[in-house]
Design a protein around this ligand. Structure first.
Ligand code: ADP
Length: 302
């Protein structure tokens, strides 16, 4: 059982030949919309990997909001902890990709910031009944800290995905974090160490241990994922595949890993291997949630 405190976005993806300059109007050559938001992506990844998932978050009282809620319900996710904000719109991300594969993204966070510690306290039972609580940085920090405090008191393992990167993570939050899962850029922002391989990942992990986080997992794109836990560490290589769109690779990794991880973390290595398999499927498809795989397909990856 997993609870996610996190963001819910409607992603609008536009394909263009060249990025528009300020003042310029251009035609897109392709368009699609899909559900996204790091929190929702991680919840969907955990659910598709076979986990019971509850969500704490916010949507607006608008069409994208009811669409996103319905999509999460269809995944079997418990949405009772999602508030509908009366005066905010649902979070939206506008993603433009040019013919060189360069992207530019504008996010309106909207209802993702329309809840706080009080709403988390109201959903205390969801957290208390979970094995894991996952959060990211696309929702209010005070809400995450409150959630992690509850988790800590209830013996629930906390997983912090520090994305998008923050230079200063509150020390209080790190002390309440059992597992931190930055990617290489986020690891660099937090620790100042450029992570490119096992050695540099271990240096970055050492800094995070000093700040009170016992288990560090750093994803390094096509190189795989590094873990450092109870004096054991290793880089588990990624699967060799042809990546066409890495959106939600990290989110898939976290959801899939959590769904198979034992609360005492004794199978961390196997969980990371499963997560590498899952995200190797995600990078071979376009979009965020449409690309997230199901357990039966993940198990077939060799
Ligand atoms: P994020 O999406 O947060 O930037 P990463 O790029 O580190 O995260 O990717 C997360 C995981 O997805 C990696 O640890 C790896 O398992 C998988 N992955 C990412 N890119 C590739 C790739 N090109 N080929 C195979 N697996 C990949």
């Amino acid at each position: 059982r997993v609870t996610v405190i996190g963001s819910i976005n409607l992603d609008t993806n536009l394909r263009v030949r060249k990025m528009p300059k300020p003042g310029e109007t251009i035609h897109a050559t392709g368009h699609y919309s899909a559900a996204g938001g790091k929190g929702a992506n991680q919840a969907v990844a955990a659910a598709r990997s076979g986990c019971k998932v509850s969500f704490i978050g916010g949507v607006g009282n608008d069409a994208p909001g009811s669409e996103m809620l319905n999509l999460l319900k269809k995944e079997g996710i418990n949405t009772s902890g999602i508030i509908t904000a009366p005066h905010e719109s649902t979070g939206q991300a506008f993603i433009t990709v040019d013919d060189n594969g360069q992207n530019s993204i504008t996010i309106y966070a909207g209802a993702n910031y329309a809840f706080g510690p009080n709403e988390v306290v109201q959903n205390k039972a969801l957290i208390a009944n979970s094995d894991f609580l996952i959060a990211q940085f696309e929702t209010p920090l005070e809400a995450t800290i409150k959630g992690f405090e509850i988790a800590h008191a209830e013996g629930v393992t906390t997983i912090l995905n520090p994305a998008p990167a923050l230079t200063e993570i509150p020390a209080d939050l790190l002390k309440l974090t059992d597992i931190i899962t930055p990617n290489e850029t986020e690891a660099e922002t937090i620790t100042g160490i450029k992570v490119i391989d096992e050695k540099t990942a271990q240096e970055a992990a050492a800094k995070l241990h000093q700040q009170g986080v016992a288990t560090v997992i750093i994803t390094i794109g096509a190189k795989g994922a590094f873990y450092d836990y109870q004096g054991q560490y290793a880089l588990i290589p990624a699967f060799k595949v042809k990546a066409i769109d890495t959106t939600a690779a990290g989110d898939t990794f976290i959801g899939a890993m959590t769904s198979v991880l034992k609360p005492d973390l004794t199978n961390l290595k196997e969980a990371i291997l499963f997560a590498n398999k899952a995200s190797s499927l995600t990078v071979q498809k376009f979009g965020a949630q449409p690309a997230i795989p199901f357990a039966k397909d993940i198990k077939l990856v060799k």
